[in-house]
Design a protein. Structure first.
Length: 103
């Protein structure tokens, strides 16, 4: 009987071939507060865990970071935190956003 090995795949390796056209003038994701440190820690922690693109980050010193530029447009953050800290989530404007090139 043949033993099957689990297939492992790193998301960052797959999305590295995708093309992103960022609309610098109109962010398609906006958070409830400009100061990331003022956002609810539990809710921000949800975003860190659920975002497949890793747009929401917190370093070992508690410094938070967010950048909509690498968004995969899955809407997971909107579903997880639309009633709390995700103030706006729209599809990127025409000719902007992600263009998938693999898979």
């Amino acid at each position: 009987m043949k033993t099957l090995r689990p297939i492992t795949c790193r998301v960052d390796e797959l999305i590295s071939v995708d093309k992103f056209a960022v609309d610098e003038e109109n962010a398609h994701i906006e958070l409830a507060c400009d100061s990331l440190s003022e956002l609810d820690a539990v809710e921000f922690g949800k975003l860190i865990r659920v975002c497949p693109a890793g747009l929401y980050r917190e370093d070992e010193n508690g410094e938070r970071a967010f950048d909509y530029a690498g968004c995969l447009e899955c809407g997971t953050c909107r579903i997880a935190c639309a009633d709390t800290i995700v103030k706006k989530w729209n599809q990127p404007s025409a000719f902007c956003g992600v263009s998938y090139r693999f898979g």
